[in-house]
Structures are given as C-alpha cells and as structure tokens.
Design a protein around this ligand. Sequence first.
Ligand code: HGY
Ligand code: MN
Ligand code: MN
Length: 407
Amino acid sequence: MKANTKRIEKHIRKLSEFTATPNKGITRLTYSQEDLLARNYIKEQMEAYGLTVREDGLGNIFGKLPGTKKDAPSVLVGSHFDSVPNGGAYDGAAGVVAGLEVAALFQENNLTPTYPLEIIAMVEEEGTRFEGGLMGSRGIAGALGEFAQNQIKDRQGIIVAEAMKNIGLDPTKDTCRDPKSIKAFLEMHIEQGPILEEAKTPIGVVEAIVGLTQLEVTIKGKAGHAGTTPMDRRSDALVAAATIIAKLPAIAMEIGEGTVITVGRHEVFPNGANVIPDKVLFSVDIRSGKEEHIQQAIQKTKDVIKSYQEQGIQTSIEQSFYIPPKELSPEIRTLLRESCNQLDIPYLTMNSGAGHDAMIFSGITDVGLIFVPSKDGLSHCPEEWTDVMDLAVGVDVLYDAAKKLTE
Ligand code: HGY
Ligand code: MN
Ligand code: MN
C-alpha cells in the first residue's frame, strides 16, 4: 500500500470538524463559515504538498503541480467539499482527501510529471444552498450563465457574488476553463449504496452515471382559519401537495429499471398550526439510467400535478436543471481496471445512481470515477462511514492512474 492512512484519517477528521451541526452530522453550506474553515485547511495542505494554490470565480480550489511539458493540459483529481444538511463526513470530502494524498505521494516520491497535476476541491455540488447543484463543476465547464455569480441566489435571496465576498472570495475571477487545458478528470467517491460492501469488493470502476433532473413545484391555494372554514370550502395547498406527492413513487415503479423519484424538500406557507396553508413549494428529484425513462417520468409527474383540479388550487412547475445519463471514458475505465489488476486490487464495474461532478466534466474531457464502499450503503446522513483502509486502497488506484495520465 502506498497511501498513508494516518494522513488520510487526519484530513477526514479535520474536515469533519467544519460543520454547522456538530451534534448531527456534517452541514457545510457553500460560502459559509464552515466552508471558509474547510477551504483554509485544504489550501494549507495543498501548499504543504508543494502545490501552487488558486481559487476561481466561484471559489473552486485548485492546487497545481507543474509538469515538464510546456503549456500542456492538466490531469485534475478531486471532488467537492460542500455537504447536504446533516450529511456524512465522506461524501465529497473523501475525494478531496484522496486528491490531497495523491499530491502527498507525488511529493514523497519526488515525482515531476510531464503533464501538470491539479488537485481540485469544488463548491456546491449538492445544491443545498444554491438550487440545481453541481455549480462548481458546471462553472468550470462553462455550463452556467456568464454572470451566474450575480444571478444565482439562495433561498434568502443572497446572490453567489455577495456570499462569496462575505468570506473574502473574488467572484470576478475567471471560472470557465478552456477544455483544452484539461487532459482528464479523476474522482474517487464513496459508493453511497450497498453493492461494494455486499460484494466484499474494495473498488467500483464506474461505467455510467444516471441522468437526473430536479423540478421545483409550487402549489397555491387559499389561506383561512382552521376553525371556522368548513371542510367543503377550503383550497388547502398542503392537502393538494400531499395528494400529488403520494402518487409519484408509483410512476417510478411503473417505469422501473432503476428509475427513482424523490420529494426531498418542501416548504409550507404560512406554516401556522391554525392556518389553512395557501402555498407549498416542493422539489422532485427524478433519475434513471435511460434518457427515455427520465423523460417519461418527467411527463407523468407533470400530468399528475396538472390533473389536480380541486377548487381554487393552482399548480406550477419549473425545471431547475437536467443532465442526461453519461457514459464515462472507455479509455480511462480501461486504465483504472488495469491499475486495479496491476495492484492486485479486486474491483467491480458498476453504474452510479448518484450524481457527481464527474458527469459535468465528462462533457469537456475524459473522466474516470472510482467508488469505495459505504458501510451499510448509507449516505447523506450522519451514519455515513467508510473504513480508512478502503479509502487508502482507493487512493492507491487513483495515484497509479494519475501517474500514468501525467507521465
Ligand atoms: O444528489 C446526488 O446524487 C449527489 O449526492 N449530489
Ligand atoms: Mn451527495
Ligand atoms: Mn458527492
């Protein structure tokens, strides 16, 4: 084993200290004080490993080890460092830590690459603060509007640029990378499911990532007194929303083949116990491995919502983003399988039901994604856990692949 488990453990432990909910998992919102503490730690470690550090116009962090080949494209290795509310210590962080450890191994072995190595820690993959998610990688890939920092806002109406300045970041810096400046992107991520653990296999080589979309649904009714309004004279937005939401799982089950539909976030207004709700906002997260299945699920979901015609209820739907299913680079998948074989590390090939920054990068460069096991398949919760030995095995594969891609 080449990776240093002590260093890996230290980085995971330190990053997990930067949370707004220390008693209930990791809550690290982009551009929060917790982001700032994590960012400073990551930059410090990048400098300690001999990297030249910079932040772009969204606050993505890059640590570069120059190569000998002039103006050559870089091999990027990393993941995201934001979290879901009350999430776990490994989602995203494991991939950033793996990148740091790859840099440490390059330094320890005095490796000077031909192609530059860039370790990357990205913002806002989860979409917990700014809707849509994958914001950091979409910015790098040029998939956000030119003035995104002044247009994208959080649910308190704070724009990205303002939130960035609040922690000392400069939103006017360049963000979009010329695809010709990137040779490949490698990401290690926890599986967030049970497959590797049940197969007692340390590595998953990901072949494709599901397509996903998120709808933002608004249900409008009429506020009223809970005590004096007869049941047959109500336009209760929450009853309407609940009736609609209860019909959505059947759509996914009917389409099948791994199609999933989740209502993860909802807000009730005015949210008073003795007031009939007049507005409900809720999210609908739809995923499937096949594009036609996602389109079917979107259409059926919209039909269910529009078919709700109770008196005084109005519905509206916005699609916050759509990313088609992505097959990852066959060449890099072969390279990763070869690394596993040469290191005598068992692996499985598999697809990803979770979205990842890798799917955005696959639109502009060759991408490789490896999974390491999640205990009990749990993720997006405080119980999320991956053994440090599994993290270290993943780093060994990543390090071998990064050496080959940069030589
Ligand atoms: O939602 C996802 O699949 C990822 O964790 N952002
Ligand atoms: Mn996640
Ligand atoms: Mn993630």
